[in-house]
Design a protein around this ligand. Structure first.
Ligand code: SF4
Length: 431
């Protein structure tokens, strides 16, 4: 019976609207292969999608294509294809799935076609794999490549010099987009896109705050990942605002009725690291079985961090896009900033534990997570579970091993809770 309740929570209205929007986007990309509607490839992290949309250019995210393959259990043939082409087993799984799928044909893998890009825009944010990945895509598609060099965060905030450096590059990109579309930038149109982006960012923050409720009406790891699709594909458009209005209404009502994403909610966890997309649902079930609900996650801020106050500013369009690209996304920030973010989450969302899902083929995320575990467990005394698999490659997910680790951790956490509520018993807890 409990299993049934866990599963019922997966497909609310938010999920259905998300699916429609993502299908619509893929259909638009498919149609663009016939109509020649301009499309630009770019990265999710700290992107400038509002600028593309202001030119009526379609965004294509190779990362989203890769994760779509994984979540639909279609990544393995693409990974094997890329290994056949010479990619090493430990190369980034996203790159391998994307390049492999490109070689096998989009229709055969994604089910719809992707347009030939008018431009490969490598918004290089934090991870140097991006540059090589997009160089390969440029070579495969024959499209021109622009590497937008985003300086890594070296201090708490983005310096004006760094922001200006990015603004200059955005101006070059505008010239390229003008050439591609044959239109001059309509600055008022860009401002309108930024205004709508700001409204969506407000809503995204409101939605995230619902997981402060007890029980949390939605899961801030799995469901937030679902919400990231419309946030990156449609940000700056009315569709994005409408989507988050739906999510807000749904979660507000669930919170009012006291409905939890996990029932009963026994543990509130913060999750660090990307999900194991090939086993997305299984991983969720493993946690839900213990009544563990994610109340916050770092991965959901990989493309933008708005909850700490930043918003796109239509009065200062290029400056605010540049600032967002440098400082307001997880990928371009230091590990210490990530520690602070997790610390805040644990405090503000009243979390019981931290779960680190380390991804074998993504060094941007996984390097340093061992130290992170030590820091939170030993210095902050936060029960911390460290598990490992991959975001793309199903061969790295060992269900039995994962289940054992999760079971042992939550069993121990359960005992610890029991000891806390009965102080006369001697203490124990997860190690
Ligand atoms: S290594 Fe990680 S951050 Fe870099 S492209 Fe691959 S998945 Fe993305």
């Amino acid at each position: 019976m409990q299993q049934q309740n866990e599963r019922q929570t997966y497909q609310g209205l938010m999920h259905r609207v998300q699916k429609k929007l993502m299908v619509r986007w893929y259909n638009e990309l498919d149609a663009a292969t016939e109509t020649g509607h301009p499309a630009v490839y770019l990265m999710v992290s700290g992107n400038c999608v509002e600028l593309l949309r202001a030119f009526d250019v379609l965004p294509v995210y190779p990362e989203i294509n890769a994760l779509q393959l994984a979540i639909r259990n279609k990544s393995l043939p693409a990974l094997l294809k890329s290994e056949e082409l010479g990619y090493a087993t430990d190369n980034c799984g996203y790159v391998k799935a994307d390049i492999g799928a490109n070689s096998l044909g989009d229709k055969a893998t994604l089910g719809t076609r992707l347009p030939k890009p008018a431009l490969i825009l490598c918004n290089y944010v934090g991870c140097n794999t991006y540059v090589k990945w997009f160089e390969h895509l440029a070579a495969l598609t024959g499209a021109p490549l622009y590497v937008l060099d985003i300086p890594f965060m070296r201090q708490e905030t983005a310096s004006p010099e760094d922001v200006q450096y990015v603004v200059r590059q955005l101006e070059e990109i505008i010239k390229l987009l003008e050439k591609i579309t044959g239109k001059k930038l309509d600055i008022e149109n860009l401002k309108e896109h930024l205004k709508r982006a700001r409204t969506a960012e407000d809503l995204w923050c409101e939605v995230r705050n619902f997981s402060k409720h007890r029980p949390a009406p939605y899961d801030a790891y799995f469901d937030n990942t679902t919400m990231m699709g419309p946030l990156y594909v449609y940000r700056g458009m009315q569709e994005c605002i409408d989507f988050f209005e739906v999510a807000k209404k749904e979660f507000q009502e669930r919170a009012r009725q006291g409905l939890g994403a996990v029932s009963p909610e026994k543990f509130r966890i913060v999750v660090e690291g990307p999900p194991p997309y090939p086993y997305f649902r299984k991983f969720r079930d493993m946690l839900a079985h213990w009544g563990a609900c994610a109340v916050a996650s770092t991965y959901s801020t990989v493309g933008g961090i708005w909850e700490f106050g930043f918003r796109h500013d239509s009065n200062n369009p290029l400056y605010s896009i540049a600032e967002h690209m440098i400082s307001q996304n997880l990928a371009n920030r230091s590990f210490l900033q990530r520690y602070e973010q997790i610390d805040r989450y644990i405090e503000e969302y009243s979390a019981d534990a931290l779960l680190i899902h380390s991804v074998k083929s993504c060094r941007l995320f996984s390097a340093g997570q061992g130290d992170m575990r030590e820091y939170f467990f030993r210095q902050r005394e936060v029960p911390t579970l460290f598990v490992e698999s991959d975001l793309e490659d199903p061969r790295y997910f060992s269900a039995a091993q994962m289940q054992n680790r999760i079971d042992a951790f939550f069993e121990s956490l359960e005992h610890q809770k029991l000891y806390k509520s009965h102080p006369t018993l001697s203490s124990g807890g997860p190690r």
